[in-house]
Design a protein around this ligand. Structure first.
Ligand code: CO
Length: 163
């Protein structure tokens, strides 16, 4: 009986330790940061590919998208960003117009006049860099995203489905 009680106590202690450890993980928003319901991590690489080309979220929830450039080629030649478009906009419609509309290295290939077509976007990232953007998932539907570095829309695009 005594042995069982000790065992139970040890298990409880271990469990609470596991909880404490989990609560202090770096994923938890630090004070002052927005609470998020879902975090999506997307990689971008030297083959001009996103690691995630589709994800699903719930309308009205706080979504955090983190983009990580896992490549090695300098940003000037192989930069990556995550640009989430409003409903009805397409990667194939937005991508080819970026430079003509004023996109350049100076503005991370996000033309000022095109910002009205965008829901959320990260910085343009060089190798080893990452950036996150947090937004509230809009009304249900499908929303396309792309990398706006010139030409990358051909391969670097995906779809967010809001349920
Ligand atoms: Co890119």
């Amino acid at each position: 009986m005594k042995r069982t009680l000790v065992g139970t106590f040890a298990l409880a202690a271990l469990t609470s330790f596991a909880f404490a450890k989990d609560n202090s993980s770096s994923d938890k928003p630090k004070s002052g940061e927005e609470k998020v319901d879902q975090t999506i991590v997307i990689t971008g690489d030297d083959k001009m590919m996103y690691g995630t080309t589709a994800f699903e979220v719930k309308a009205g929830t706080k979504v955090k998208v983190t983009l990580k450039n896992v490549g090695m080629i300098p940003k000037i030649a192989m930069g990556h960003n995550f640009v989430l478009l409003k409903k009805g906009q397409t990667a194939f419609g937005f991508g080819p117009q970026v430079v003509a509309n004023g996109g350049s290295h100076a503005n991370d290939f996000i033309p000022a006049k095109d910002k009205e077509k965008i829901l959320a976007y990260t910085k343009m990232l060089g190798p080893g860099e990452e950036d996150s953007v947090t937004f509230t998932a809009p009304e249900p539907g499908e929303y396309e995203y792309l990398c706006t570095f010139p030409g990358h829309f051909a391969l670097m695009r995906g779809k967010m489905t809001v349920k």
